[in-house]
Design a binder for this molecule. Sequence first.
Ligand code: ZN
Length: 330
Amino acid sequence: MCLRTRSTFLLLCLLTVVQTFDILRKVGSWNHQEITRTAILRATARTCQDTAGGFTMPEPLNTTTLAKACRRKKPQDDHFKKAIRVICYYNVKTDLSHFFDSKYHFDDEKFKMGKSVITEGITNVTDHVKSQRFDDARKTLGNILHTLQDFYSHSNWIELGNTSPYTALINPDEELHNIADEQLKTCEENCKDSKCGAKILQDILDNKFLTSGYFSIIRKKPAGKCSHGGHKDKTTGLGKSWDGINKDSIYSSHGSLHEKAANVAIEASVKLLENIRDKINNPDSFLRLVGLHEIKPKGSFKALLFSAFKDRYPDASENPDVTVTEKIDE
Ligand SMILES: [Zn+2]
């Protein structure tokens, strides 16, 4: 199978089983690409504000207006757009490459392992940039942004009342606190209203224990733990509506918290980008990482048309900026 056909096939497979902030646009919900794009625009704007004399925050904030405000002219706004698409591509691909590995999605209470993915990734991105390997850096950056963003959708950080990012996830020196241990029950069992797996125990909320939903396609979950939820997650049980605590879209069981989770995920992504920028210690190199440079990022991309999914995602092809992209070559 050629790379292009294989990529298409794998991405279509991914679309049928995705268990994350969505990758296709749903009305009223944020997907990974929108969260990533918004965060890159904000982090880049702050960088230009700090370094470019006479910078004025553009309104509206998009790749064209920001490239101009950062005193970068054409064709750099095209390069900027492309770099963002590359980073978004590798963000989405995390679901494909690591679908069953819960640490990449902060499922199954894999908090310490998920944090290692992020902190080691930050080091790798920084090293790649310092060695001028910008294509490798964008790849890793997309991967770790995905994992970081999933934390806010898949854990109970938002249910605990937090409105800002968990800085310990990107800071190796800051310990993760109060993680629910294996034995601690976190969600109601055997409840009568079919919401088992989605109702976080009051004791967990009162004592601020950190937990996340369990995801499995074979109905396997430790007793008393929360489920991820969604129609592909079998941990809740047949006839119990597959409820869980994810906030992937407004249609999720905890979808009323989706907007809050997405906003904190955006701010967390900005902080991760700024952390990398500070470690690089060279604003021009950071701007090149996000595409504001005369050298065009590698790779060619094509918007996928999801004809098979049009009924399920009727608005998927309306906005090419947020539609999943297919990588045709390296
Ligand atoms: Zn994920």
